[in-house]
Design a protein around this ligand. Structure first.
Ligand code: GLN
Length: 452
């Protein structure tokens, strides 16, 4: 724990942490040593981790990287961070993210962006984004500040930053982990998951995080499998789907190459690649950008200046609401609230929101049919390696395109894992994504374990 705290201090320029809690960590480490002496060590006993600052932590400031939660110290612990504590993990603090997890670069954080520890060979001075929204988590793991970190993923927020920072991360099946105590973005999509250096570390960490929780009605009452035991190394005979729709015309050569390399590895290990179709893929992004903002506008209605954080006084109650929200939310969050409010408004609900829900069903059906013939699906994680801190800023839609490969999985609620699979021509990590059947993270881990 001391060594990792020292590394957190040495790497402060990466801005990966919003709140560091070294004293707490050292006290927890003492207690952890005592448990070890008594022979009651948990599955993650003594391991230093970080918690994305979207998980409520009892007695520790929780910001969601937003000014509107200023001064909020939760009186309760999220189930997932509590589960990790119970397993013996030691939190070094709260990790940076895009404001309310809305973004793909960490640049929407009210605390300034986290920085990717990787740099381009051709221009080592240029700062790169760590991806988002779980950018602080990915940067902290990649820079060896922590052994693992929690992330959340609504449309790619675990997988894309994992790919950008050369680490592994999995968004489990929707319902595998409890959402209790996680600041809500889009409730029908949000899911917690682990980010760590290796597939095995992710398997161990997910085992500690997952499980049924009566406090979250969408958490599923299934026994948590021994994910680590799934890493048998034997994938002979498994069928791996390669979706044609994930090969758009403009796909860059280096992304295609890493994908081809992944397919070749799986073949060598005795698996069988199978071309598949996921015909509604092209509708995933527009569907997500209706569903997610709609749910966000509803979830974020609670930040009214009364119940949480920042309040700006006004002459009337309405004026106080308006001023508090205008001062507290950043531009990306305001954009989502406006879109969400519009698509839910009377007269537009059927045209946008209800329609998007129908298309979402078609996207899920595509996957269901594909999984009748294949066991797992392999795709790139993101269309590019990490980009510069000052790139992709002018047009929000360019930023949204980062999630083309991860969003369909989120809409279908399926598990998706990103693992590092090679370097770009400029020396940056590239990730591949493995998608599994609902609640079949084991096959995903098994295949990923052979590829890493
Ligand atoms: N980048 C996507 C968005 O901005 C996904 C974010 C996430 O998964 N939380 O909505």
């Amino acid at each position: 724990t001391r060594a990792h705290i020292a590394q957190v201090e040495a790497k402060r320029h990466l801005n990966a942490f919003i709140t560091e809690t070294p004293e707490r960590a050292l006290a927890e480490a003492e207690a952890s040593d005592a448990r070890r002496r008594q022979g009651t060590a948990g599955a993650m006993e003594g391991l230093p981790i970080g918690i994305k600052d979207l998980f409520c932590t009892e007695g520790v400031r929780t910001t969601a990287a937003s000014k509107i939660l200023d001064g909020f110290v939760p009186p309760y612990e999220s189930t997932v961070s509590g589960n990790l504590k119970t397993a013996g993990a030691i939190s070094l603090g709260k990790l940076n993210l895009d404001e309310f997890a809305m973004g793909s670069s960490n640049k929407t954080s009210a605390f300034g962006p986290a920085i990717n520890p990787w740099t381009r060979r051709s221009d080592p001075a240029a700062k790169l984004v760590p991806g988002g929204s779980s950018g602080g988590s990915a940067a902290a793991v990649a820079a060896r500040m922590v052994l693992g970190a929690t992330g959340t993923d609504t449309g790619g927020s675990i997988r894309q930053p994992a790919a950008f920072c050369g680490i592994t991360g999995i968004k489990p099946t929707y319902g595998r982990c409890s959402r209790y105590g996680i600041v809500a973005f889009a409730s029908s999509l949000d899911q917690a998951g682990p980010m760590a250096r290796t597939v095995r570390d992710c398997a161990i960490m997910l085992g500690a995080m997952a499980g049924f929780d009566p406090k979250d009605s969408t958490s599923v009452n299934l026994k948590v499998p021994d994910f680590e035991a799934a890493l048998t190394g034997d994938i002979r005979g498994l069928k791996v789907g390669i979706p044609r729709e994930y090969r758009p015309d403009g796909l860059s050569a280096e992304i295609s190459e890493v994908w081809e390399k992944g397919i070749a590895w799986l073949k060598e290990a005795g698996a069988e690649p199978v071309e598949i179709n996921l015909p509604h893929t092209k509708y995933a992004l527009p569907t997500y950008y209706i569903v997610a903002p709609a749910e966000a506008s509803s979830n974020l209605a609670r930040y009214d200046g009364l119940r949480f954080g920042q309040r700006v006084p006004g002459k009337s109650l309405d004026e106080m609401y308006a001023k508090s929200r205008a001062a507290g939310f950043g531009p990306e969050v305001r954009r989502r609230i406006l879109i969400g409010t519009y698509v839910l408004s009377a007269g537009y609900y059927d045209a946008y929101y209800a329609k998007a829900q129908k298309v979402r069903r078609l996207i899920a059906e595509d996957f269901r049919k594909a999984f009748e013939t294949v066991d797992v699906i392999l795709t790139p994680t993101a269309p590019s390696p990490a980009f510069g801190l000052d790139e992709n800023t002018d047009d929000p839609v360019t930023m949204w395109l980062n999630d083309v490969f991860t969003i369909p999985t989120s809409l279908a609620g399926l598990p998706g894992l990103s693992l590092p699979a090679g370097l770009s021509s400029d020396g940056l990590p590239l990730g591949l994504q493995l998608i599994g059947r609902p609640f079949d993270e084991e096959t995903v881990f098994k295949v990923a374990g052979v590829m890493e």
